[in-house]
Design a protein around this ligand. Structure first.
Ligand SMILES: [Zn+2]
Length: 363
């Protein structure tokens, strides 16, 4: 790999063990790195909401501007004992741990590009760099990030896809939990005195949509528990499910329909229903004429690559930013086979991701 400095920063970062909720080591490394460049990084106060041992790291360059570059600090699995291997075209681990490329490669790209611009006195845009916690578990770092209202666009360096590809639309997921309350009674002596919560559940479940609902929407019921004994009319059932769609409205519609079926069934049998749901991550679909879409195509082209728009089935920090009113894309950096012991990155993708970062921030 030609860019020795990029590799050096990556290796330093990858050796810091920092799984979700324990990002302090990486947080301190980043803050120290940026302070040495004469910048003023700081952490926000998101710990109470994220449960991490550090806040998100934020640093404004030239006043902060209206766009951010983002890369999460946690890894899904530990990098302790990492022994990186340098093959002809790629970096891997020795197969006993993850490489940590998701997402230390993204952090290295952002830090190295910022250092390069400053040390070579290249005119840069005003921009903000952010390093969220807890991406792999809850996306709470990005969701609860305390960030300036001036920020309108986001560029997340966190996709396993090859460089040139970018995620401009993504499924969202909402999880729900239903608690059905009936009335217990001896099923042999006084069955008519009971209200069977399982009957309510079965009735509702037979009427709700499950599976692939349409091209862009899926729903699932994944957990069901209830009842106490064969001779007791069950008074309690708990059900958990989820709805996924590219369209926010579609998720809301299915959630509403699902809730209605449970309420209807409970009324029919004389029981009660509690229905709660929450966004695990919000869907987004960026318009082709939006500034972020235009900008990402432009910088990818200037980096010598062919831009290719992609849809993602999973969530990333880009979902949080879009949910918070910052139009954001997730860029392919080629961090392949994420979370497995076969994680790797091609030197080519690593250096291309660096080029994309430079094109984003230089004037
Ligand atoms: Zn990641």
């Amino acid at each position: 790999m030609k860019n020795k400095r990029l590799l050096e920063i990556f290796l330093e970062l990858a050796h810091i063990d920092s799984i979700s909720g324990n990002e302090k080591g990486v947080s301190l490394y980043i803050q120290n790195f940026l302070t040495n460049l004469g910048l003023a990084p700081y952490t926000d106060n998101s710990e109470q909401k994220t449960g991490s041992n550090t806040g998100n790291v934020i640093c404004k360059i030239n006043g902060g501007g209206d766009f951010l570059l983002s890369s999460h600090m946690d890894t899904a699995r530990s990098t302790a004992g990492l022994k990186p291997q340098f093959l002809e075209d790629r970096i891997t681990s020795d197969g006993t741990t993850v490489l940590g490329v998701d997402n230390r490669a993204g952090i290295a790209v952002i830090l190295c590009a910022t250092e390069y611009i400053i040390k070579n006195k290249i005119d840069s845009q005003p921009y903000t760099i952010v390093f969220p916690v807890c991406e792999e578990t809850t996306l709470f770092g990005s969701r609860y990030m305390e960030i300036d209202r001036e920020i309108k666009m986001g560029f997340v360096f966190d996709s396993y896809m090859r460089t040139g590809k970018f995620i401009a639309s993504s499924y969202g997921a909402a999880g729900y939990k239903v608690i059905i309350k009936g009335k217990a009674s001896h099923s042999g002596i006084a069955p008519e005195a009971g209200i069977n919560a399982i009957s309510i559940a079965v009735k509702a479940l037979s009427n709700i949509k499950i599976g692939r609902i349409d091209e862009n929407t899926n729903a699932n019921v994944g957990l069901l528990k209830g009842g106490t004994a064969v001779n007791v009319v069950p008074d309690y059932v708990e059900i958990e499910g989820e709805v996924r769609s590219v369209y926010k409205e579609k998720v809301l519609e299915i959630i509403e329909e699902t809730k209605e079926q449970f309420v209807k069934a409970a009324e029919e049998f004389g029981g009660n229903v509690e229905f709660v749901w929450v966004w695990d991550f919000m869907p987004f679909k960026l318009k082709e004429d939006s500034p972020v879409f235009q900008k990402v195509k432009d910088v990818i082209t200037k980096s010598g690559l062919t831009p290719e728009e992609k849809l993602s089935a999973g969530g990333s920090d880009a979902n949080s930013y879009n949910g918070n009113g910052i139009e954001a894309v997730n860029l392919g950096i080629g961090a392949q086979n994420p979370h497995s012991n076969d994680e790797f990155i091609l030197y080519e993708d690593f250096e291309n991701a660096f080029k994309i970062a430079i094109e984003l921030i230089k004037k």
